[in-house]
Design a protein around this ligand. Sequence first.
Ligand SMILES: NC(=O)C1=CN([C@@H]2O[C@H](COP(=O)(O)OP(=O)(O)OC[C@H]3O[C@@H](n4cnc5c(N)ncnc54)[C@H](OP(=O)(O)O)[C@@H]3O)[C@@H](O)[C@H]2O)C=CC1
Ligand SMILES: O=C(CO)COP(=O)(O)O
Length: 332
Amino acid sequence: MAQVTVLGAGAWGTAFGQVVADAGNDVMMWGIEPEIIDAINTKHTNPVRLPVVKELPHSMRATLDRAEVVKDAEIIIVAIAAQFARQALEEFAGLIPSNAIVVSLMKGIERSTDKRMDEVVTEALNLPMERFAAVSGPNLSKEVAQRQPAAAVVASVNRQAAEKVAAAATNDYFKMFVTDDVVGVEMCGSLKNVTALAVGMARGAGYGENTAAMIETRGLAELTALGEALGANPRTFSGLAGVGDLIATCGSPLSRNYTFGANLGKGMSVEEATAASNGVAEGVPTTAAVVALGKQYGVPTPLASAMNNVLEQGISCAEMLSQLFADGSIEE
Ligand SMILES: NC(=O)C1=CN([C@@H]2O[C@H](COP(=O)(O)OP(=O)(O)OC[C@H]3O[C@@H](n4cnc5c(N)ncnc54)[C@H](OP(=O)(O)O)[C@@H]3O)[C@@H](O)[C@H]2O)C=CC1
Ligand SMILES: O=C(CO)COP(=O)(O)O
């Protein structure tokens, strides 16, 4: 049994906390909202972010106190909206036990720096890469919270650390596979959200299977090209974190990114879709970061660029798709 801390009591932090608690570990949650922390402790629920769970395991407790939540932690899991991760984690620098492993569940790229979450987390906490792991996969929080069978990948340059995290999060309905491809896993999780925005938009505008499959496949090609340029292992893209998560996210109204896109496709503005979103849609700020990374690494990103024009200039779904078609490349 391990002492596990989860920073961020959102939908995924809470559902993943339940996975870890169901695997037999003690779980301490941290968040910034007193109402959520109190509900976890007194009612064993998170009515704000994960109302689908009527009774969380009693081995899950919560606190607002940063020092208290990490002081005995062997594994510290971070599930904070990506754009706020650096600022939130800097408050924990100096509090983290010197042998704790820090695990990111986040799927996004920091817009102000174009950095992945492995970079943000290790910089904010001054953490060696050997003590970092990233988790990603087809994990719609509501389904995992209902204990439907699911799996994910945990990536670390330190095999022992990856195996420790996998053991702490594997139970009878959740399985964790290990890899050393941190960059690949991070890129998959972040870029599939951009693709899900575009697929959702096409669906919302009334297009069918062919259009959705085209966007998903071109999104996968873009993710593979950019990921490889950053040093990822191409095999990762056909695994759970890559194709697996694309299928789940691009095919489900449970996805906030898909739903955000669908609302745009139905005619909402970015502001209206943001107001309607039930939690963070990471693809929105990440899209601009993907375009910037593409430029930096000399990799064309036609899908992210077209989607960025939706988000920044308000172009329609038809225009977004026509920009995708206008891409000069005919090599698949
Ligand atoms: N939901 C899902 O199905 C999955 C989500 N993920 C990823 O996990 C990450 C978290 O997602 P999820 O939990 O679903 O999102 P939610 O929108 O439910 O929660 C976001 C969390 O971030 C916290 N947060 C936001 N700003 C700050 C801040 N300044 N300081 C501290 N905490 C802050 C929120 O706190 P508060 O509640 O107080 O606002 C909340 O706990 C995202 O990167 C997402 O892509 C990965 C796999 C599955
Ligand atoms: O990452 C997810 C599923 O694997 C969740 O997707 P959303 O963040 O779009 O809800």
